[in-house]
Design a protein around this ligand. Structure first.
Ligand code: G3H
Ligand code: 13P
Ligand code: ZN
Length: 314
C-alpha cells in the first residue's frame, strides 16, 4: 500500500526512524520488499534523478506497482530523492509519487526559499508532501559536488525560518554526514548538538538525515579481498540512529550500503565461480543478502516490528 511520507512520520516521530532506501533495478526492489516484510517494517522507496534515467522512469514505476501486488502487506511511500524543480513537477504530475524532495540547498537562502515554496504549492495542491534541504552535506550529489571542508551544517535559526516561509513537510539537515562511501575523513561524528537545537526550534517537525550509510567495514574488507579497491571507506555509526530518532529524525537515507552489498556479492561470486555467466545466479544471492541487510537496518532504525501498528494508522 502506497502512503505518504507524512503518514509514516506521524506514526514514527520521536520513537523511531523510517528507512529510506534508493532503488535502481529489479533485484534491489525485490530485496527491499522482502527485507521489509521479514522485519515487518514500513519503509520509503526513493528514486533519484539518476535512477529515473538509468533505464526509463516508467520502468521503476512498473516494478514498484508489481511489488505492491506481490507483497500486499507492505506499507511504503514512494519518494523522489534530490529533485530539481523540473523533476519535482514531473513526479507531482505523474500521480505515482507520494512525496518529492526539492533540493535547492546549493542556492542562497532566499533562492532556496523561493524555489521550495513554488514546489510546495504545486505538490500540496495534489496532496503530495515535500522534503526540502537546508545546509550542505559534504560529498557528491547528482547535480552538486561539495568538499568536506565546504560543507555547511544547518543553521538552527534559519531552519525554523525556512520551514515557516516555505511550508515544507520535512527538512533534510546537514549534521555532519556526507553522501557516498567516504564519509568523515577525520573522526566520525554526528553533530547531535546541532540536531538538538533544530528540534528545540521545530518541535514535532520531521527531520531527515541524508548520507546515512554505515559503510560496514566487513563489507569493505570483503570487497577489497575480492579485487576491489575501496581504501579509507567509512560511514555513520548505525548505533547513533536511535538517538537521532528521539531528536526528531524520522527519515534516514541509505543508498551506498546497498551498492556495497551488490559489489561484494558480485565480486565474490565471479571470483569463486569464474566459469559461470548466468546473471540470475549472483542475482539470487544479492536479493537474499540485500533483504538481510535491509532487515538489519530496520532493526537499528527501530522501524522493525512496526508494520501492524502503522497499518492501523494509515
Ligand atoms: O544522494 C544521492 C543518492 O545516493 C542517489 O545517488 O544520484 O547516484 O542515484 P544517484
Ligand atoms: P548514502 O550515500 O550515505 O547512502 O546516502 C544516501 C542519501 O542520502 C540519498 O539521498
Ligand atoms: Zn541524499
Amino acid at each position: 500500500m502506497i502512503v505518504t511520507t507524512k503518514q509514516l512520520f506521524e506514526a514514527a516521530y520521536g520513537k523511531y526512524a523510517i528507512g529510506a532506501y534508493n532503488i535502481n533495478n529489479l533485484e534491489q526492489t525485490m530485496g527491499l520488499f522482502r527485507g521489509c516484510m521479514d522485519s515487518q517494517a514500513p519503509f520509503i522507496i526513493q528514486i533519484s534523478k539518476g535512477a529515473r534515467s538509468y533505464t526509463h522512469k516508467a520502468m521503476l514505476e512498473g516494478l514498484i506497482r508489481a511489488a505492491d501486488q506481490v507483497f500486499p502487506e507492505a506499507v511504503f511511500a514512494v519518494h523522489l530523492d534530490h529533485g530539481d524543480e523540473a523533476a519535482c513537477y514531473d513526479c507531482i504530475e505523474s500521480g505515482f509519487y507520494s512525496s518529492v524532495m526539492i533540493d535547492a540547498s546549493h542556492e542562497p537562502f532566499e533562492k532556496n526559499v523561493e524555489i521550495t515554496k513554488r514546489v510546495v504549492e504545486a505538490a500540496h495542491a495534489r496532496g503530495i508532501v515535500v522534503e526540502a534541504e537546508l545546509g550542505q552535506l559534504g560529498g557528491v550529489e547528482e547535480h552538486v559536488r561539495v568538499n568536506e571542508g565546504d560543507a555547511k551544517l544547518t543553521d538552527p535559526d534559519q531552519a525554523k525560518e525556512f520551514v515557516e516561509l516555505t511550508g515544507c513537510d520535512s527538512l533534510a539537515c546537514a549534521i555532519g554526514t556526507s553522501h557516498g562511501a567516504f564519509k568523515f575523513s577525520g573522526s566520525q561524528s554526528l553533530h547531535f548538538e546541532v540536531l538538538e537545537m533544530i528540534q528545540q526550534r521545530l518541535p514535532g517537525f520531521p527531520l531527515v538525515m541524508h548520507g546515512s550509510s554505515s559503510v560496514p567495514q566487513e563489507e569493505v574488507a570483503r570487497i577489497n579481498a575480492a579485487g576491489g579497491n575501496l581504501k579509507g571507506a567509512k560511514g555513520v555509526n548505525e548505533d547513533e540512529f536511535a538517538r537521532a530518532a528521539t531528536l526528531g529524525v524520522t527519515k534516514v537515507n541509505i543508498d551506498t550500503d546497498g551498492r556495497l552489498v551488490w559489489t561484494r556479492v558480485h565480486r565474490e561470486f565471479f571470483r569463486d565461480f569464474p566459469e559461470k555467466f548466468d546473471l540470475r545466479d549472483p542475482g539470487k544471492i544479492f536479493m537474499a543478502e540485500y533483504a538481510k541487510f535491509i532487515a538489519h537496518k530496520n532493526e537499528k532504525l527501530g522501524s522493525a516490528g512496526r508494520l501492524a501498528e502503522v497499518r492501523k494508522l494509515v
